[in-house]
Ligand binder design. Sequence first.
Ligand SMILES: Cc1cc2nc3c(=O)[nH]c(=O)nc-3n(C[C@H](O)[C@H](O)[C@H](O)COP(=O)(O)OP(=O)(O)OC[C@H]3O[C@@H](n4cnc5c(N)ncnc54)[C@H](O)[C@@H]3O)c2cc1C
Length: 328
Amino acid sequence: MTNKNQKMASAIITDANAFLVALLLLSLSHIPFSSSTIQQDFVMCLVDNSDASFPMDSSFFTRDLNASSYKMALETSAQNLRYLMPSNPKPEFIFEPLYETHVQAAVACAKKLQLHLRLRSGGHDYEGLSYVSEMETAFVIVDLSKLRHINVDLESNTAWVHAGASIGEDPRESKVHGFPAGLCTSLGIGGHIIGGAYGSMMRKFGLGADNVLDARIVDADGKILNRAAMGEDVFWAIRGGGGGSFGVILAWKIKLVPVPETVTVFTVTKTLEQDGTRILYKWQQVADKLDEDLFIRAIIQPASKTPKSKERTISVSYQASFLVTLIG
Ligand SMILES: Cc1cc2nc3c(=O)[nH]c(=O)nc-3n(C[C@H](O)[C@H](O)[C@H](O)COP(=O)(O)OP(=O)(O)OC[C@H]3O[C@@H](n4cnc5c(N)ncnc54)[C@H](O)[C@@H]3O)c2cc1C
């Protein structure tokens, strides 16, 4: 081990978690730090600024040191493959915090080392804002996917949800409580609510952002703020104002809404040849007047005229969810 490695190891040995310390020592001994001074400085700074240890081999993913796991960590959640082209800038490394204190330290260290931070919860940003940076300076990704604890309180109909949880996660406490979020189950709740979060329950309950009661964020100085500490203006801004602008969202306190144990869903598809244009026109006239328990969205896309035909047409699929149990 180099002197620098030994200094880091001894700093971390103060932590009581012997298993993590052992893992860290093991992985530190394999790191050729000369090839990754940015990560080396960042790790040193994290150790100095955080009281919780982290296993190096599963918390850091670096291009030079573990290329295949770096590639997997970078690409797995990306939805817009255009931003993964080799010509796009890539992060120096990806850090996956395990505790809130790691996030605080990451913010403080990025500031100190003048590294640009990209924040990622579910990684579903269509514009790649959570994993690409056009800035001239080096950037790193802080990926919150391991901060995904959900704490449900059925007495108050609320839950604290860490940013890395996906909206499809089912804490199993209840089958009659829901949250009005989006339709894709792998969206990260961290980035999703920052953008508003519309979904199939919005007619009855509004946006996900309308159902947030409190939040915990890390500000630019590395401090954790709740709603009272951040103030109502910032609390308003983080619910729809866009990602990464006002701090790192650690967790949202959400209001749970009542849902039936079984909901009714259906999809009906009509092509141009099946009177599709007139039905779509009619849907536009009635969609906002339907019962608020009923949500219908219309998906318009190219299609074959018949299942085996090569002739093309346009189809409209009406995808619905009805917050009523029709079949018990
Ligand atoms: C397949 C698909 C389906 C979708 N369906 C819906 C839908 O039904 N309804 C809807 O409203 N939207 C929908 N969206 C859009 C989606 O809600 C947004 O792209 C959302 O920002 C994704 O959040 P994320 O955490 O998964 O993404 P990320 O890429 O991780 O983050 C998105 C943005 O938020 C920032 N960010 C992420 N985490 C944090 C954090 N903890 N603190 C601060 N900033 C952070 C990122 O830097 C980035 O700018 C869909 C997107 C996709 C790809």
